[in-house]
Design a protein around this ligand. Structure first.
Ligand code: NDP
Length: 240
């Protein structure tokens, strides 16, 4: 059976990297992107190639439309997209957030993801799957932490529903996954390296999640086992 082609943005670390490693064992050839962590991305690519996946690596800041266009100039066909690249910013109240912070949050988490999805559906023909990586923050709101991030992920959930309605007739499914407190480097990037451990006791399952657990959900959604699932969100939150 021929291998399917899958693009994963933000595959140099965390959830994107875990998805890449699992996808390589599930018959996908991979186009992986990273933004700043080339060494991390190369390490992931070594693992996916060792697992049998043809893998290409591209640097991409999803906030740069020209960079998105350049990436897709090299991609003729796609079967799947994991729209995963995303950022947080340090905890703050809205009254402490300036325009530059809000602009960057939405350029990366929303507009970047929408432009990547646009180029992906243009290369899917009749059939394909997009999994947008949202967050439980989309329904929790993240007051006193980062309402900008939460609002950006809520936008992704609404975008997921709308795009799924647009593409269902073409056999393209669009779903968003909402991770909860997952043990990745994103918390340190937001200035709180101990955030996942600190919040773990408040999770109904009393623990943080692992990126590999999110990857299992994402790869199920990409698979034909989820053939009647579209236009919806799946929480991977330990009940949070
Ligand atoms: P990480 O910080 O570990 O990984 C983020 C990835 O996104 C990296 O590969 C990074 O690239 C890439 N990235 C960051 N900024 C850009 C950009 N401007 N353009 C392109 N790529 C970029 O985070 P996670 O794995 O935790 O996060 C992955 C997704 O999951 C995000 O969308 C996040 O919002 C979401 N999520 C995470 C949760 C968690 O608890 N961890 C909870 C809910 C949602 P590089 O390192 O090369 O710069």
């Amino acid at each position: 059976m021929s291998r399917k082609s899958l693009l994963i943005t933000g595959a140099s670390a965390g959830i994107g990297a875990a998805c890449a490693r699992l996808a390589a064992t599930r018959g996908y050839d991979l186009v992986l992107t990273y933004n700043s962590d080339r060494a991390g991305a190369e390490a992931v690519a070594r693992q996916t190639r060792a697992a049998g996946a043809e893998t290409t690596l591209h640097q991409l800041d999803v906030a740069e439309p020209d960079a998105i266009a350049a990436l897709f100039a090299d991609i003729a066909h796609l079967d799947g997209l994991i729209n995963n690249a995303g950022i947080v910013a340090p905890s703050a109240r809205l009254t402490e957030m300036d325009h530059a912070r809000l602009r960057r949050m939405f350029d990366v988490n929303v507009i970047g993801a929408m432009l990547v999805a646009k180029e992906a559906v243009l290369r899917m023909g009749k059939g394909g799957v997009i999994v947008n990586v949202s967050s439980a923050a989309a329904r929790l709101g993240s007051g006193n932490q980062y309402v900008d991030y939460a609002a950006s992920k809520a936008a992704i959930d609404t975008f997921t529903k709308g795009l799924s309605d647009e593409m269902a007739g073409d056999g393209i499914r669009v779903i968003s996954v909402r991770p909860g407190i997952i043990d990745t480097g994103i918390h340190a990037k937001g200035g709180e390296p101990d955030r996942a451990d600190r919040l773990a006791p408040a999770v109904p399952m009393r623990r943080k999640g692992d990126a590999a657990e999110v990857a299992q959900a994402v790869l199920w959604l990409l698979s034909d086992h989820a053939s009647y699932v579209t236009g919806t969100t799946l929480d991977v939150t330990g009940g949070r």
